[in-house]
Design a protein around this ligand. Structure first.
Ligand code: PMP
Length: 398
C-alpha cells in the first residue's frame, strides 16, 4: 500500500534551512528560521536552564510516568505566568492546564478538544498566519477560514476589516489570535484594539483561542499578556496555547501547555476529563524534561531572576536591531521608509520587498528569508548587519 503514497511538499521554511546549510558562501546570512541567535549567531542554552538541568540530575529519583496532564507544578506556574497570580479565572478554579510537547502539541490538543466540543466548528485565523496553524486544525478535521489582519499597503493592521469580518462569526466557532509578536508580520493589536476584540467576542459568543508562543519577547512578560488577561476578564470561555520554546530557549525539548478556561469550575472538571482523554489518545503523556526545568527555574527566586535577565537580553537585542536596521539602511542611502520595523514586535518583521528582490538577495548575496519577505531579526549581528544593509541597498535600486 505504500506504493500509492504521493510525495508531500515540505514546509518552505525547512527547505530554506536546508538550502542555507548547503550554501558554501562564508558571508551567508540566515534570516529565515524563527530561532533566537546571539551576537555570535549561536542559539545558546540559557544559563538558568543549565542550572536547572544540574538540579534535575541531582534531585530526580524516578523515571516513572508523570500522568496525562504532565507536570502539575509546571502547569500551575504557566497559568500564573499567563494570567498573573491572582486573576479571577484562577481563583474561581476555571482553568484546566495540561503540559504538552511544545506549543505545536498544545495547538493539536486544542484542535482535538474543539472537535469534541463542536465537530462543526470553523477556526478563524489571521491573514497571514503561521503556516502550520492551518495544517494543524485541518488535520483534526476542522474547517479553517482567514480573517483580515495585516495590511501590506500601510504596513499596519486592517483592524476595521478584521472587526467587520469577525462580527459575522457565529457562537460555536473559534477565533485564533496571537497573544503578542504576531508570526509572521510582527504587528500586534494594541490594548484598545484588544478591548474591542474582547467586547466583540463577548457579544457574538465565539470562542477565542490565544496562541502565545513568544511571551516576554515583545514588550515584557506581563506586558505581553495584557490582551489575554483583559479577554479572560470578559469572556466566559477561552483556549490558550503556550510555548516555552522561545522564552526559555527550550526548542528541542518540546515544551508547551494547553489551557482551557471555562465558565465555571464544574465545567472545568468536565473539560479536564475531555482534555486528558484527547491527550491519552494521541501520545498518552508528555515528555517530562522541559517541564521539570521550567518548574525548577520558577520555583527558585534566584533562577527566576536569572531567567528574567536572560529573557530581557534576548528581547532587548532584537529591539535594538530593529532600530539599527533603519539606521544602517539610511547609512546606505536607502530612501524608502522602513520605520514600520520599530512598530513591530518579537522575532519577525515583514520587509515588504518583492519576490524578485528576495530571490536576488538569496542568489547574489546568500541572504535567506521566507518568500513573504519575513525576516527573523535575531539572525542579524554586528558581523553581518552592514553586509545585509549594503545588499538591500543594491537590490532596492533595481
Ligand atoms: N505558534 C506560533 C505562532 C509559532 O510561531 C510557533 C513556533 N514557530 C508555535 C506556535 C509552536 O512552537 P513550538 O516550537 O513550541 O511547537
Amino acid at each position: 500500500m505504500f506504493s500509492h503514497l504521493q510525495p508531500t511538499p515540505i514546509d518552505p521554511i525547512l527547505g530554506l534551512m536546508a538550502a542555507y546549510k548547503e550554501d558554501p558562501n562564508p558571508q551567508k546570512v540566515d534570516l529565515g528560521v524563527g530561532v533566537y541567535k546571539d551576537e555570535n549567531g549561536h542559539t545558546a542554552v540559557l544559563k538558568c536552564v543549565k542550572e536547572a538541568e544540574a538540579l534535575r540530575l541531582k534531585l530526580e529519583d524516578s523515571k516513572t510516568y508523570i500522568g496525562m496532564a504532565g507536570d502539575l507544578s509546571f502547569n500551575s506556574h504557566i497559568e500564573k505566568l499567563a494570567f498573573g497570580p491572582a486573576h479571577q479565572v484562577l481563583l474561581a478554579g476555571r482553568v484546566v492546564t495540561a503540559h504538552t510537547p511544545g506549543g505545536t502539541g498544545a495547538l493539536r490538543v486544542a484542535a482535538e478538544f474543539i472537535k469534541k466540543a463542536n465537530p462543526d466548528a470553523t477556526v478563524w485565523v489571521t491573514n497571514p498566519t503561521w503556516a502550520n496553524h492551518v495544517s494543524l486544525f485541518q488535520a483534526a478535521g476542522l474547517k479553517v477560514k482567514e480573517y483580515s489582519y495585516y495590511d501590506w499597503e500601510t504596513k499596519g493592521l486592517k483592524f476595521d476589516a478584521m472587526m467587520a469580518e469577525l462580527a459575522t462569526v457565529p457562537a460555536g466557532d473559534v477565533v485564533l489570535v496571537h497573544a503578542c509578536c504576531h508570526n509572521p508580520s510582527g504587528m500586534d493589536l494594541n490594548f484598545a484594539q484588544w478591548q474591542q476584540f474582547a467586547e466583540l467576542a463577548k457579544e457574538k459568543g465565539f470562542t477565542p483561542l490565544v496562541d502565545m508562543a513568544y511571551q516576554g519577547f515583545g514588550l515584557g512578560l506581563d506586558e505581553d499578556t495584557q490582551g489575554l488577561r483583559y479577554l479572560a476578564d470578559l469572556v466566559p470561555e477561552l483556549l490558550l496555547c503556550s510555548s516555552c520554546s522561545k522564552n526559555f530557549g527550550l526548542y528541542r525539548e518540546r515544551i508547551g501547555a494547553v489551557s482551557v478556561i471555562t465558565a465555571d469550575s464544574k465545567t472545568a472538571d468536565i473539560a479536564r476529563s475531555v482534555l486528558l482523554a484527547v491527550v491519552r489518545s494521541i501520545y498518552s503523556m508528555p515528555p517530562a524534561h522541559g517541564a521539570i526545568l521550567v518548574s525548577h527555574i520558577l520555583n527558585s527566586a534566584e533562577l527566576t531572576a536569572l531567567w528574567h535577565q536572560e529573557l530581557a537580553e534576548m528581547r532587548n537585542r532584537i529591539n535594538n536591531y530593529r532600530q539599527l536596521i533603519i539606521d544602517k539602511f539610511k547609512e546606505q542611502g536607502i530612501a524608502q521608509d522602513f520605520s514600520f520595523i520599530t512598530r513591530q514586535h518579537g522575532m519577525f518583521s515583514f520587509l515588504g520587498i518583492n519576490k524578485e528582490q528576495i530571490e536576488q538577495l538569496r542568489k547574489d548575496y546568500s541572504i535567506y528569508m521566507v518568500g513573504s519577505s519575513r525576516v527573523s531579526i535575531a539572525g542579524l549581528n554586528h558581523s553581518n548587519i552592514d553586509y545585509f544593509a549594503k545588499a538591500m541597498a543594491e537590490v532596492l535600486k533595481g
